[in-house]
Write a protein that binds this ligand. Structure first.
Ligand code: NPG
Length: 377
């Protein structure tokens, strides 16, 4: 199989409600779908999870498009005939960083490669479940009122979600957590700070301990490894790292140092599904629980995340929510919650395709790039 063309589709997809975190507010998801077109005309798909501005990480959508066109595509052209998904990952290693752009590209090629073999991504990665428990991430309400928060959480609880994650920041933490815990005493609950706190907030964060949270996610700056060790000692609630974990080596280091006891695995943040699986394997071997984080993906990224979240080490409920939590109209057939779970797609590759008319409606820009000699077989 030869990949002849890459098509980049930039989509602007309105969110059903603004999503506010400690680093900003997202109203429209500005994302890129990478389509890898094979010599037989079939396509593989990958979603680039960058945001339009570098608030969550240093990557952003214009930058991802640029690095794909200017640096990753030429690296792909160096592939030898017969290259497999591991060769593709290695070929892109000549570019430092840019894991989200790499993930989008490697997933599109992996999807094409698996479709040609009639194998699903779940089976390729080693999935052991056909359905995945789903949690939901709840942003900071626009009005910053407890009433609005409880209304939104109530919608999700009634829809059947099995775990609630609350976004927190200084000034929006103890009170909302206490209110949600009081309203739903038995609901699995966790919080995510997206690096908003300082080491000196340790005693304040330890005040979350009585609320029986599953974890506190990424309280400190992503490079503050020692700070997370100190917090792990100060809080009885487990600390979980997200932004700090970019590779197998950083996962290993964080665990060895005691900076984290649970890991949020996001394929985009670590450069793709092969590395995501390797981090999973390392954690499984060490008895460290992992869960699959979300980046407000459309059905394309969600399908692939569900395949990953079906691996045996994913014992903590993740962010793989239903399409309706994010979008009125998804790019693929919608993923619909059933008893708090979503099905793992069983078809070849990621198992879903964009709906052409929806893709056309949501596309704000696209380009076609000739790959030339890259052959993946
Ligand atoms: O359900 O996809 C989802 C969103 C989960 O909270 C979520 N994601 O910091 O983990 C995060 C946050 C995020 C979303 C980060 C979009 C960056 C972009």
């Amino acid at each position: 199989m030869t990949i002849e063309l890459l098509r980049l589709h930039r989509l602007n997809v309105p969110l059903v409600r603004p999503f506010r975190t400690s680093f900003g507010t997202e109203r429209v998801r500005d994302l890129v779908l990478v389509e890898a077109v094979s010599s037989d005309g079939s396509s593989g798909w990958g979603e680039c999870v960058t945001m339009s501005w570098p608030g969550y990480s240093s990557e952003y959508t214009d930058g991802a498009i640029d690095v794909i066109e200017r640096h990753l595509l030429p690296a792909l052209r160096e592939l030898q005939p017969g290259a497999d998904p591991h060769d593709v990952r290695r070929a892109l290693d000549v570019v430092r960083g840019h894991p989200m752009a790499k993930c989008a590209l490697t997933t599109a090629l992996l999807d094409a490669w698996l479709r040609a073999r009639d194998q699903s991504l779940g089976s390729y990665l080693g999935a052991t479940r056909e359905r995945v428990d789903c949690g939901v991430s709840v942003g900071i309400p626009a009005t910053e009122t407890i009433g609005e928060l409880l209304d939104e959480v109530g919608l999700y609880v009634n829809a059947g979600y099995r775990r609630i994650k609350l976004k927190i920041e200084p000034g929006w933490d103890l009170e909302p957590v206490a209110a949600v815990r009081a309203a739903w005493p038995d609901m699995p609950l966790q919080v995510d700070a997206n690096q908003a706190y300082e080491r000196s907030d340790a005693a304040h964060l330890a005040a979350l301990d009585p609320f029986d949270l599953l974890l506190i996610e990424q309280p400190l700056h992503e490079e503050d490894w020692y700070g997370h060790v100190l917090l792990s000692e100060a809080c009885s609630t487990p600390i979980c790292l997200d932004e700090s974990i970019l590779s197998v080596a950083s996962a290993d280091s964080a665990l060895q140092f005691g900076a984290t006891s649970i890991i949020n695995i996001k394929p985009g943040r670590v450069g793709g599904y092969l590395t995501a699986r390797e981090i999973h394997d390392l954690c499984l071997e060490r008895g460290v629980p992992v869960w699959c984080g979300g980046m407000l993906e459309t059905g394309i990224g969600r399908a692939a995340n569900l395949a990953l979240a079906a691996l045996p080490g994913f014992t903590v409920v993740g962010d793989t929510s239903a399409s309706s939590r994010y979008y009125e109209v998804d790019v693929t057939e919608p993923f619909v919650l059933d008893d708090g779970q979503l099905p793992v797609p069983q078809g070849p590759g990621i198992g879903v395709d964009p709906i052409p008319s929806v893709l056309a409606d949501l596309t704000v820009w696209s380009t076609e790039l000739r790959v030339g000699s890259a052959s993946v077989s």
